[in-house]
Design a protein around this ligand. Structure first.
Ligand code: PLP
Length: 376
């Protein structure tokens, strides 16, 4: 009955691409809990406080029906104010939010140009949408510009959309956002910026790399809550028309139970921490600078300069073997393989968090240096 599924899993196994769920163990160098908030006392207290106030655990229905709670509305008002956008719409996850943006907003006759390294959630949305979508080489602003000029010159009359991330999830590098915005302005395009790995971590008050441009009519951002903010969900931030349209047309919003009001309340506390208490962000920035130096000195690898450090090794089996060795020594480092990253660029993805110490980072890189030498 399941022969074809078994055959597919075998082919993944042969290519070194079969994935298995692993229990949590070892020092965390893999989660996206960059500020260390997910298990923090502050968020536990916010949850206890919300429970004491009688905030419900479950929403009980779609936002368009009985599931629309005051906690959702308060969170959206807070998020719009914090990030500086006209409106915010809260989804149960960043995946659904990104899917909604790309499946819903671009229309037939539009053109979506997306960075080749953009996240799977945007791809899924584009697949469901009606616009023509084209990949453009990573961070190649001139290529976006040239293609839009060509499209307009050939009579492209619809809306143009540019889709980028601010901090790339698997490479840790960032987009030149001001340059992309200049291209968007020049061609009357909308710039959609996925800030998932920037939210809470970079920019003024942790508002991301696009903070200076939020609130412009042709800027839409996605901020997620399951990474640095330590909870779950995602915000689409942008002009009122975008929020109204998504509420009416976005299937992940309409045909899903609304996110937990309790989590919405805790997320509001996380936004407040991000806004008013910079200590965790400052600590993370200091650890990033330390890790940069250590990685170069011990392993000869030049880092991305951000909290996401990719160690690209190429072959899937090599990445898996290196990760397994580090795990045996008590470091939770994972191998990232295609299709998450392009073919031939399997890597270790080391993510830093404000919860780590310089000592533990130094010991990870000492172990990695040994493994790299042994593999050479
Ligand atoms: C760049 C990017 N966008 C969107 C998402 C989806 O966000 P969430 O995990 O909240 O569903 C992720 C998460 O993996 C991501 O890395």
């Amino acid at each position: 009955m399941y022969q074809s599924l078994e055959a597919d899993l075998r082919s993944l196994e042969d290519a070194g691409r079969r994935r298995k769920l692993q229990p949590r163990a070892g020092v965390d160098f893999t989660s996206n809990d960059y500020l260390g908030l997910a298990e923090s006392e502050e968020l536990r207290e916010a949850a206890a406080d919300a429970i004491a106030r009688g905030v419900p655990i479950g929403a009980g229905g779609s936002r368009l029906l009985r599931g629309n709670h005051d906690e959702h509305l308060a969170l959206e008002a807070e998020a719009a104010d914090y990030f500086g956008a006209e409106t915010a719409l809260y989804f149960g996850g960043g995946f659904g939010a990104n899917h909604a943006i790309f499946a819903t907003l671009p229309q037939r006759g539009d053109l979506v140009l997306y960075d080749e390294l953009i996240h799977a959630s945007a791809h899924e949305g584009m697949r469901r949408g009606r616009a023509a979508c084209e990949s453009v080489p990573h961070n190649d602003v001139a290529a976006f510009d040239a293609r839009l000029r060509q499209w307009r010159a050939a009579g492209g009359r619809g809306s143009a959309w540019i889709a980028i991330e601010s901090v790339y999830s698997m490479d840790g590098d960032s987009a030149p956002i001001a340059d992309f915005l200049a291209v968007a302005d020049r061609h009357d395009a909308v710039l959609v910026i996925d800030e998932a790995h920037a939210t809470g971590v970079v920019g003024p008050e942790g508002r991301g790399l696009a903070a200076a441009f939020e609130g412009r009519p042709n800027v839409i951002t996605l901020h997620t809550c399951g990474k640095a903010l330590g909870t779950m969900g995602g915000f689409v931030l942008g002009p009122k028309i975008v929020r109204d349209f998504l509420v009416n047309r976005a299937r992940p919003f309409i045909f899903a139970t609304a996110p937990s009001p309790l989590i919405a309340a805790v997320t509001r506390a996380a936004l407040d921490i991000s806004r008013t208490r910079p200590e965790r962000r400052q600590r993370l920035a200091a650890l990033v600078a330390f890790a940069d130096r250590e990685l170069k000195q011990r392993c000869g690898v030049v880092s991305s300069g951000s909290h996401i450090l990719p160690i690209i090794v190429g072959a899937n089996h090599t990445a898996v073997a290196l990760a397994a060795s580090l795990q045996r020594r008590g470091f939770d480092v994972r191998a990232i393989r295609p299709p998450t990253v392009p073919e031939g660029t399997a890597r270790l993805r080391i993510a830093l968090s404000a919860n780590l110490s310089e000592e533990v980072i130094a010991s990870l890189f000492a172990a990695l240096a040994e493994d790299i030498r042994a593999a050479a």
